[in-house]
Design a protein around this ligand. Structure first.
Ligand code: 5AD
Ligand code: SF4
Length: 441
């Protein structure tokens, strides 16, 4: 008699790299006989793949752990693991703060997960947060279980920028780029499984410099090689630092049709004083000129970004400068956050804390402007023709949902639509977060 498969529940917090990592962990555990489940009550193991970027994200892990207590009491051999950036940053402190946790695995050690699971239990609570010399990716190739038209592919990890507010250089370590050939192989494997669109991931993805045929490959060179993979229709990459936006990458945006016209390029602030205090190493003007060059190469480029309000020392004038920059760039969409001091980062000890009410008011004002820009970008699509890659059925009979070239959700009713179909669509209506359209031809 064969044993019933064990059930694994994974909860993923934070960025797309965690989504990618969760998939790799699920694959590693499936080799150990674990099947994924959405149902915590049915799980033999629960894994929290955590995020440390802001205080709220990190604290959520502990409240979610508290919520797992009744499940552990009902099923004492339920194993609970904490993975990801909180695991990397806090290590065995997590075991002290929560008696429910059986194992802790940092983001660089996922290939060791099956071994840690086997060791955990009967009082053993293994912790693995080293930055090992071996390449975890060699142990965790992307082998999607089901066909999906879009996939993430990690090409670079870590960050050497040390923005004063950010934990990433500490949790994800120094910048490391994967060899080009391994990425191309992984991409071909994804395409064979039906993937049409690949988003290249890295904390600082445009700083990619990997070993490739003939020497060092830039991200642009990698993109151009990927564009030659038959069956791969769309390429995106995220997330980037303005100072690594090299000429060949800008040129690729003008020359490579498979490279999609949507770019997430965080600036964080529009004030030179604050940019300097943040250690961003560029001015607002340099960022604006850079985007002019990008738009000269690809005029329809949809810009996206990240903003932090309430960084220590931020005055009304600094905030006004950020609003001016946003008006100048005109974002298609953007993310914005209230500054959250992170232990171990230089800004955590900075003077000039901005009172919470002021930071809240600034965040509201900034988000109102970004929402207005997003709404305008959405309604400007009405009447235009756009490529849409369909992903799943919509809520209405006969309706399908996909993503436009500009990463907008588009709803279409039509014959012959299915996941993975790439079609030309005329946009007929817009809402703040989605578009509606009809098939052309
Ligand atoms: N406080 C607030 N926002 C932060 N980010 C990173 N660190 C912090 C912090 N300490 C934001 C930045 C970054 C995005 C991923 O998260 O805007 O680009
Ligand atoms: Fe963090 Fe991005 Fe700055 Fe690196 S470049 S320190 S990941 S905000």
């Amino acid at each position: 008699m064969t044993e019933a498969p064990k059930k694994l529940h994974i909860k993923t917090y934070g960025c797309q790299m965690n989504v990618y990592d969760s998939e790799r962990m699920a694959e590693a555990m499936s080799a150990q006989g674990y099947e994924l489940t959405d149902d915590v009550a049915a799980a033999d193991m629960v894994l929290l793949n955590t995020c440390h970027i802001r205080e709220k994200a990190a604290e959520k892990v502990y409240s979610d752990l508290g919520r797992l207590r009744p499940f552990k009491e009902a099923k004492p051999d339920l194993k609970i693991g904490v993975a990801g950036c909180v695991a990397q940053a806090e290590g065995d402190e997590i075991l002290r703060r929560s008696d429910l946790v059986d194992l802790v695995v940092g983001s660089q050690s996922y290939h060791k997960l099956p071994d840690l699971v086997a060791r955990a239990g009967n009082g053993a609570r293994p912790v693995e947060t080293e930055f090992p010399a071996e390449d975890k990716f060699d142990h965790l190739p992307a082998r999607p279980r089901q066909a999906r038209p879009t996939a993430f592919l990690t090409v670079q990890e870590g960050c050497d920028k040390f923005c004063a507010f950010c934990v990433v250089p500490y949790t994800r370590g120094a910048e490391v780029s994967r060899p080009a050939e391994k990425i191309l192989r992984e991409a071909r494997g994804l395409v064979e499984k039906g993937v049409k669109e690949i988003t290249l991931l890295g904390q600082n993805v445009n700083a990619y410099h990997g070993a490739g045929e003939g020497g060092d490959w830039s991200l642009a060179r990698l993109v151009r090689a990927l564009a030659k993979v038959d069956g791969l229709e769309r390429i995106r990459y995220t997330t980037s630092h303005p100072n690594d936006m090299e000429d060949d990458l800008i040129a690729a945006h003008g020359e490579e049709p498979k490279l999609m016209p949507y770019l997430h390029l965080p600036v964080q602030s529009g004030s030179d004083r604050i940019l300097k205090a943040m250690n961003r190493k560029h001015t607002a003007e340099e960022y604006i000129r850079l985007i002019e060059r990008i738009r000269a190469a690809r005029p329809d480029m949809m810009m996206s970004g990240d903003f932090i309000v309430g960084f220590p020392g931020e005055s009304d004038q600094d905030f006004a400068d950020t609003m001016t920059l946003i008006r100048e760039i005109n974002y298609g969409m953007a993310y914005s956050f209230k500054y959250s001091p992170r232990p171990g980062t230089p800004a955590a000890n900075a003077k000039g804390a901005v009172p919470a009410e002021i930071a809240d008011a600034r965040l509201q004002e900034l988000q109102a402007l970004l929402t207005e820009q997003q709404r305008a970008a959405q309604s400007a699509m009405v009447g235009r023709e756009v490529g849409v890659l369909f992903e799943k059925p919509g809520r209405m009979e006969g309706q399908w949902v996909g993503k436009s070239d500009y990463l907008q959700a588009v709803h279409v009713k039509g014959e012959g639509l299915a996941p993975g179909v790439l079609a030309r669509v005329r946009v007929t209506a817009s809402a703040p977060n989605s578009l509606a359209g009809e098939l052309i031809g």
